[in-house]
Ligand binder design. Sequence first.
Ligand code: FES
Length: 368
Amino acid sequence: MDHTQALSPVQDSPAPGHRAWPAGGFTSAPYWAYSDPAVYAREMEAIFRGKSWHYLGLEAEVPEPGSYKTTYIGQDNVLLTRAEDGSLNAMLNRCAHRGNMVCREAFGKAQKLHCVYHSWNYNLKGDLTFVAFRNGLKGEGGLPKDFDLAEHGLRKLRVASFCGVVFATFRDDTPPLEDWLGAVGEGIRRVCNRPLKVLGYDTQRIHANWKAYHENPRDSYHANILHTFYGTFGLSRQSQESGMVLDDAGRHVYFYTKAGTEKQSADYKETADALRSHNQGMTLEDPGILKWRDEFGDGVSVQILSTYPSFVLHQIANSLCTRQLLPKGPNQCDLVWTYFGFADDDAETERLRLAQMNLAGSAGMVSV
Ligand code: FES
């Protein structure tokens, strides 16, 4: 695996002598890599503004011409819009004039993007269309005669959608999204196989470096040990049929398990006897939340997919959700959970998904 692209900015960061990377190479990450403000600043530039695709949201969140959403890539506030021609557009949410935030709502609908500070206007693709008093007043003031609106739009990002999941990148030389996702794209295609419908949101602040969270959904070792709910109620156990898929560069991953496929073995029993999840005798007053339908027809009860550096897609039974990781300084990050179903779900299926929203999320029964 080539980790050079992902890790060299960190490894090369200017640091005092005692901050040299340990001899163990990439398998021995020092704790300062998770707390040093200089490392964090390099990550924002080299990773979040670098050659990577970053999740912005679902197409279903900007369904009509004029719909917009504000979000973040790293710590940059970003706008996702649907223009009159139906195209998706992404741009920095920062006025070209004095840097004011242009759209202040999380979601909205507009015919144009209007900066309140001095009333510069942009179209939904980020092109500057109007400057107040551009020619001054009564022959005095105004902008230079050669001021060209076309040169002063919002900073545009490359945007691409894969199965209704929208990503953007700052760089022109980032490979096309589908190539970049590689084999892991199949895990997105499997879940997002028809028009989506947003069901709700949950946001939590995590008091840890963003990388500590990012490592978590790709650490399949912990899943069925820490999350006792999985093992106790059989949604996911090490003894079940399972698998893991990585892209060629080892940046992205998804793993899956199939409920009801337990195969007992002596080495599994040895560990299972020590697991909390197998020893609690816990039951649910209402086991309805455990009823799940094999809606994708492959028996997979849990699929956790993670793309570098900050996107997660989960299927836990019939709970479907994206998770967007937003760094907020070296020692904290936000995690935005967007639960969704399909536009053609019947009422009963939607009720099931809403009930199973309680499995994950900041207060979910699995997460807790
Ligand atoms: S800062 Fe936006 S119009 Fe002046």
